[in-house]
Design a protein around this ligand. Structure first.
Ligand code: EPU
Length: 421
């Protein structure tokens, strides 16, 4: 898996039609929510990416009967056979979303012993808000040799998050779905995957209202019934494909997406002079003029997503003028711009701000992908650059994007895998 690199020959406009796969972060939350169910569940439209395989292995380790068909994008989970509530660090360190197993196991079995989560190195990523929520729901929390131990019968409670956290909101929602009594989550995250997870829980019989607003009300139910559920398309993959189309001055139709989830990005692309047209579940991106520099600040949904900051800032390296990018969510999410300096990008980074002055051309160079969205940003840089770009460590990209190279190749990109020499 680690023994290849990506080679990209840039300056080819992307043209044609492509499609969006199921949402990564939604799927990870929904699959974890299935662990709360008292009957078998079927989850459809899963992306065939490494993070889903990691979660599959965790679910299997717990003893659930689970069948994953990556070709059909479908997983069947029967959590009634779960025989352990312990998940070793060797599993949890493989990805950030392993934290959801905690909320689900605590909610269903009233106890768990789970390793701390891993994930992309994009700055400090504490889980204090998750633990605060579990504690307020009645969980006694101990750190035993680097493992988080939770015990107690969950009961409803009002919980006011100290900051907006996507993972924290979903995790505490999982723990509260079957708790006795009413829970209110205040200052909740409003991301589409919060809503999708609540929709899945409600389809199983949970009583959750307000997901998508900053106040979520949960009336605990004793049992959840099995359902078949289809996860929503990936918001960040949609955005990455839109940015790639704009970066190559292409003309691309993206099918199977939810345009309303993309409004913050669409507004910024329009501001840059990119033509974006929205239909029911289709977005078309077309370029017929030079890109203008913009000011951009990441925010929680419905603001500009931090996960698209990296691909977007790659695009801005070729815009006319100086752009200012402010990263408000994570404190170390500009490493891709350091790599891009070797391609000729002009960037000044000062704390949470990056000032990017557009250049007339980028030159292909050997680059190192350091995290998932940073890796996607480097692919976009390679698509824009003159000559050949070599990306080492593309495994990061594979963790979160389904068949990105194949999708880009089908649109006319010259991108291929090569053996690491
Ligand atoms: N935070 C805390 N304490 C907490 C939780 C969060 O201080 O208990 C802080 C974080 O350090 C960060 C901010 O709050 O500064 C927001 O973190 P959040 O909890 O919202 O992020 P996350 O749950 O760790 C999810 C996505 C990320 C995405 C962020 C923000 C998953 C598995 N991950 O992470 O996705 O960037 O929300 O939208 O859903 C990615 O897909 O590449 C990715 C990194």
């Amino acid at each position: 898996m680690y023994d290849y690199k990506l080679l990209i020959r840039g300056e080819r406009p992307l043209e044609g039609e492509t499609y969006v796969s199921g949402g990564k972060n939604t799927s990870l939350a929904v699959l974890s929510a299935a662990l709360l169910c008292d009957e078998p569940c079927v989850i459809e439209n899963l992306p065939d990416i490494e993070d889903i395989h990691v979660l599959y292995r965790i679910i299997k380790h717990l003893g659930a009967k689970v069948e994953f068909d990556p070709k059909q994008r479908r997983m069947e989970i029967d959590s009634t056979s779960i025989h352990t509530t312990e998940v070793p660090f060797s599993f949890t360190q493989q990805m950030r979303a392993s934290y959801y197993v905690m909320g689900a196991l605590f909610g269903h079995f009233w106890e768990c012993r789970v390793g701390y989560p891993g994930g992309c190195d994009i700055g400090s990523r504490p889980i204090d808000q998750h633990l605060k929520g579990f504690n307020l729901l009645g969980g006694e929390i101990r750190d035993e040799g680097g493992m988080i131990c939770l015990k107690g019968k969950p009961h409803g409670a009002p919980i006011n998050f100290d900051m907006i956290t996507v993972g924290g909101t979903i995790n505490v929602m999982l723990a509260a779905a079957k708790a006795q009594g009413n829970t209110v989550l205040l200052n909740a995250a409003r991301e589409p995957h919060v809503v999708d997870t609540a929709n899945f829980l409600n389809a199983m019989g949970a009583r959750i209202r307000g997901a998508g607003t900053d106040t979520i009300r949960i009336k605990g139910v004793p049992k959840l019934r099995g359902v078949t559920y289809t996860v929503i398309p990936d918001q960040i993959e949609t955005g990455t494909l839109m940015i790639a189309a704009a970066a190559t001055r292409g003309n691309v139709i993206i099918r199977g997406c939810i345009p309303t989830h993309m409004e913050a990005l669409t507004a910024k692309l329009l501001e840059m002079g990119v033509m974006v047209t929205e239909f029911d579940d289709i977005i078309s991106v077309k370029v017929n003029r030079a890109h203008r520099a913009i000011r951009l600040a990441t925010q929680e949904y419905p603001g500009f997503p931090t996960d698209l900051q990296q691909p977007m800032s790659a695009l801005l390296t070729r815009a006319n003028g100086t752009s200012e990018v402010i990263e408000n969510i994570f404190d170390n999410r500009f490493k891709h711009l350091d790599e891009m300096r070797r391609m000729g990008a002009q960037v000044v980074i000062s704390g949470k701000r990056a000032y990017i002055t557009g250049v007339s051309e980028l030159r292909g160079a050997p680059l190192m992908a350091g995290d998932l969205r940073g890796g996607a940003a480097l692919v976009i840089a390679g698509l824009m650059a003159k000559g050949e770009t070599e990306i080492i460590n593309p495994v990061y990209i594979q963790r979160g994007y389904e068949r990105l190279e194949e999708k880009l190749s089908a649109l006319g990109a010259d991108i291929r895998r090569a053996k690491l020499s």
